[in-house]
Each structure stands twice: as C-alpha cells, then as structure tokens.
Design a protein around this ligand. Structure first.
Ligand SMILES: Nc1ncnc2c1ncn2[C@@H]1O[C@H](COP(=O)(O)OP(=O)(O)OP(=O)(O)O)[C@@H](O)[C@H]1O
Length: 298
C-alpha cells in the first residue's frame, strides 16, 4: 500500500501565527510581524502548496530542490512530525493523523541530517533502539531482534565500532550508526533527509547500495532528500523536483532530467548527458571564472 498525499498545504507562517495569537491573546498578526524580532517567517516564506502524490513500496524516490523550498517540511508532513493545514497523508490506507507514534514507527523509519544522540550509549545499543517499536516494555530483545541487529551492523560496517560510545564518534561514523538503527526498524518505508551529508563517497555508495538492495529484495519504499543530483539520478527510480513548496516535475531520470529543468529549479547552467559508466544521465557543471578563457585545470 502506498503513502498517498492529497492536496497537502502547510505554512510555518500559519503555524507560528496560531501559536502567537493564542499566547498573545489574539493580538493581530500585523502587530506581531511589525516587530523586527518577530517569530513569524517572512510573508514569502515557503509553504507546502497543494501537493498530490503517491509513494509506492519497491521504489526509490529522490526529492531535489533548492535550499528552503520545503523538502524537509514535506518529509515531516509525510511521517506525521507536522500536521498539515489542510489535505491528508494516508499511510497504508489510514490517515496518519489517526495513527499513534508506535503505529507510525512500525511503518516508517527516518535518518535525518542532523540527528544526534546526546547520551553516551554504545553504538550497539543505539542500533538496537531501531527494534524498540517491536519490543514490549520491560522485555528483552528477542533472538530475531538480536540477529537482525547483528546482520545490519555487519552490512553497514558499523560492527567495527559496536562497543564505542556514540558521543565519541566522528560525524560520518555517527551518521552510519543512525542509518543502521533506521534499517533495524525494518519498516515498509525508509525516509532519508540528506542522510549522506556527513559521509565519504565510499560509505555513501555502500549505504546507497544497501538501500537499493532492500528496495529490490524487500520491496521497501525509499524517499530520500538529496542535494547531489547525480547520486540521486544513479540510485533512484523516480526524481521529484520541488520549488517554492510545489512539485514542478516528477518522473524517471531518463524522462525528466534535462538542462532546462535543472536551470529552472536551481538557476545554474548544467550540461546533461547519458553517462555509460554511471548507467544514468548525469549533470556536469563548470566555473565561469576563467583566465584568458581557460579554467584553472586547463
Ligand atoms: N521551525 C521552523 N519555523 C519557521 N519556519 C521554518 C521552520 N523550519 C523551516 N522553516 C522555513 O520553512 C521553509 C522550508 O524549510 P525546509 O527546511 O523544509 O527547506 P528545505 O528544502 O529542506 O531546505 P534545505 O535544502 O536548506 O535543507 C524555509 O523557508 C524555512 O525557513
């Protein structure tokens, strides 16, 4: 069953306005906004505007778009962290607003960009937390939980630092441990919000391949926010381009990725070509800063 999004609207302006009005006993918004230290985002701050989309299991979706266009907000709405102003998100046929956090945790796992664990748990303990939705209170993990954690730690390579404290790892190592925790949740859908931002290219490719394998073998649906268009093009089935809170294009890389679209969305001038090594279309960029018409590499 897909995640279905119907006519979704959300605005941080509305959200903060509601809170501010309650706190300040209905003081008109204009007065609140008049203060230069206002809590309100500017009038043109991005909102999610009328998104309709289905995310299916067994498919890898990449969400691309400029800073502040609403990618993380969209993900937060999809996983129930934020409530839409109007419209609905249906998770496996049920309105996400009607589901408990535990129900949602059995359906979706998230690796977020700046996730942290502040308590000095060991990496193994953190990865085991992925099994919490399935372990009854005051019970021990089952042999299935232990086997799954072991398997995921080996696949992701975090078994090498299983007994180290999460607070003492580098940014990339910590991100890999949190990735392993999300995989252990073993959910039909996995959300990645710039989950590779701290990782070197070796570990990025290794984890993308693991995710891709799970899409093909377990039928998992993956929805990933990327800034790297080329990585997204190689590993995803469907690219979703966003701009100012709206979806401007959605489809297979080979069908939709072209120079005009990237220029419209990001205001850069790429060259887009099929790359036989990458087995995908890829975008190349260049610096316009030259000396006597030559770049620093010529
Ligand atoms: N907690 C918040 N309160 C008020 N406004 C917010 C909040 N979080 C985000 N925004 C605003 O909402 C808009 C969308 O933010 P969001 O984080 O969804 O963008 P994004 O596309 O994920 O950006 P990036 O690529 O920079 O991570 C931005 O204008 C941002 O300033």
């Amino acid at each position: 069953m897909p995640i279905s999004v119907n006519n979704l609207f959300f605005s941080y302006g509305d959200r903060v306005r509601q809170i501010a009005q309650v706190k300040s006993q209905q003081i008109p918004v204009e007065k609140i906004r008049g203060d230069e230290h206002s809590l309100l985002p500017p009038e043109d701050a991005c909102s999610i505007r009328g998104i309709d989309l289905d995310f299916n299991e067994g498919c890898f979706y990449s969400i691309l778009g400029p800073n502040g266009c609403g990618k993380t907000t969209f993900i937060d709405l999809l996983i129930g962290h934020l409530r839409p102003a109007s419209g609905n998100v249906f998770l496996q046929g049920k309105d996400i607003a009607s589901l408990s956090r535990l129900d949602i945790a059995k359906q979706v796992a998230l690796v977020a960009q700046n996730d942290t664990v502040n308590f000095p748990f060991t990496v193994q303990e953190v990865v085991m937390m992925g099994r919490h939705p399935y372990i009854k209170r005051f019970s021990m993990p089952s042999s299935k939980d232990v086997a799954l954690v072991k398997d995921v730690m080996e696949r992701t390579g975090v078994d090498r630092f299983a007994s180290r404290k999460i607070t003492e790892l580098s940014g990339g190592e910590r991100q890999r441990a949190l990735f392993a925790r999300a995989l252990c949740q073993d959910t039909p859908f996995l959300f990645l919000d710039e989950a590779f931002s701290n990782m070197d290219i070796h570990h990025t490719i290794r984890l993308l391949d693991i995710v891709r394998e799970d899409v093909l073998e377990k039928g998992r649906g993956v929805i990933s926010v990327f800034h790297d268009i080329n990585l997204a093009a190689i590993w995803s089935d469907i690219l979703v381009f966003m701009k100012q809170g709206e979806i401007v294009s959605c489809g297979k890389t080979k069908d939709i990725m072209d120079e005009q679209l990237i220029e419209d969305v990001f205001h850069v001038k790429p060259k887009v070509e099929y790359n036989s090594y990458a087995r995908s279309k890829q975008a190349s960029f260049r610096s316009e800063i030259t000396t006597m018409g030559k770049s620093c590499n010529e």
